[in-house]
Design a protein around this ligand. Structure first.
Ligand SMILES: [Zn+2]
Length: 393
């Protein structure tokens, strides 16, 4: 195999992050056969070393002869300055601000830019040529970890090419969250036609987290056809590692409610909630200056906010059945969304085929269910009504 290597020649392990600065390109391994370009990102948040470790480990093992790799794997470190400081970010979250407009602006350096503007520009400069030289969509693996102990799960913009990859991993897939979190890097790249998964592997400091994220990279390389299954070191073991960590969880969860908070809300989550904790409608979830915050529906808590940053208090999701997944795949293949504009009050945005406007503020639940089935998980106020949107399929 043709190899171009940089950092991946080093022994993998946490010591390499502390003894010398992390380089942007963790390594590139290129196979002899044509195939997809997989870009594995670690450390988009600087205090999440497990993703970096996972990527380094896979790159090092792919150096060995006889791996029969197709296409290439590029390992990329996210927020270098925040990684050096062991902080989530310095001035702003590098996993926000990835809109077409800000990416256009950021490519030109300017005097009052923040450290993350530079990081984002360097990432864009790295992605653009890979994008230009690849005939297929790029495959993006965006690897993360969390401050508290957590089961692994993936987050995808709900389009067919991502679903296939996400559902091949034996961990739950979260649908409808990525559409809400505007400006995430992977969502931006997905809008440009690329595919992949974002993965939360578990707690930052738990060695198991890096092992799980490594399993995600191996299994994804098989799912995309970049590696034959029998060339992955202990593939059944990798699969089992993920399955074990998520054995009690549903295959997919769709976000149906977001509790947004203001900085002065004094929001306090009640203790004891975790990702996927089932709750009943009316159950006390949190308190803020207005009083108790209760669950709006029966469902599962996702991303409860116990510390610090961001304006999402928590999300509520519902379990997605295999049948729903099949139904929605069929509905999308047969382009059922063409019928949506027949719904009273609903009409297409003139300039964007992936956006629909609704004249009122309380859409019937049947309409919401149908919109979600067709991938329109995103919703925002557009006075006097609402706007529903999805990622380009
Ligand atoms: Zn993260």
């Amino acid at each position: 195999m043709g190899l171009i290597t940089t950092e991946s020649m080093r022994a993998p392990g946490p010591q390499s992050t502390t003894t010398r600065p992390v380089e942007r390109i963790l390594g590139v391994v290129e196979g002899r056969r044509p195939g997809k370009t997989v870009i594995a990102f670690g450390g988009l948040h600087g205090n999440e070393p497990a993703g970096l470790e996972a990527v380094r480990s896979v790159l090092a093992q792919l150096q060995r002869p006889g791996t029969d790799l197709a296409g290439k794997l590029v390992g990329v470190a996210g927020n270098l300055q925040a990684i050096a400081a062991d902080q989530r970010f310095l001035a702003r979250d590098l996993n926000r601000g990835w809109t077409a407009e800000s990416c256009r602006r950021i490519v030109t350096p300017h005097a009052d830019e923040c450290p993350e503007d530079r990081e984002q520009r360097e990432l864009l400069e790295l992605i653009r040529p890979l994008e230009a030289e690849s005939r297929d969509p790029l495959v993006i693996l965006d690897l993360h970890s969390t401050s508290g102990p957590a089961a692994p799960f993936s987050i995808i913009p709900d389009v067919a090419r991502n679903r296939q990859l996400a559902l091949s991993l034996p961990i739950p897939t979260l649908l409808g969250l990525e559409e809400i979190l505007e400006g995430a890097m992977f969502g931006y790249l997905c809008s440009r036609g690329h595919m992949g998964v974002g993965v939360e592997g578990g707690q930052h400091s738990d060695p198991e987290t890096a092992a799980r994220l490594e399993a995600v990279v191996w299994l994804s390389m098989v799912a995309t056809g970049n590696l034959p299954a029998d060339r992955v070191p202990d593939l059944p073991g990798q699969r089992e590692r993920l399955r074990r960590a998520a054995s009690t969880l549903p295959p997919a969860v769709r976000i149906v409610h977001r509790h947004e908070i203001d900085d002065d809300d004094d929001f306090q989550m009640e203790p004891g909630f975790d990702n996927f904790t089932p709750v009943r409608r009316g159950q006390l979830l949190a308190r803020d200056r207005h009083g108790p915050v209760r669950a709006a529906l029966d469902g599962l808590v996702m991303l409860p906010r116990y510390q610090g940053q961001g304006n999402d208090g928590f999300f509520l999701g519902t379990k997605v059945t295999r049948r729903w997944l099949m139904l929605s795949a069929t509905a999308r293949r047969s382009r059922m969304e063409r019928l949506l504009a027949l719904w009273p009050g609903l009409h297409w945005d003139a300039s964007d085929p992936n956006t629909l406007r609704y004249g009122g503020t309380e859409p019937p639940s049947a309409m919401l269910r149908t919109l979600r089935l067709l991938g329109y998980h995103g919703v925002r106020a557009k006075p006097p009504g609402l706007e529903f949107f999805r990622r380009p399929p």
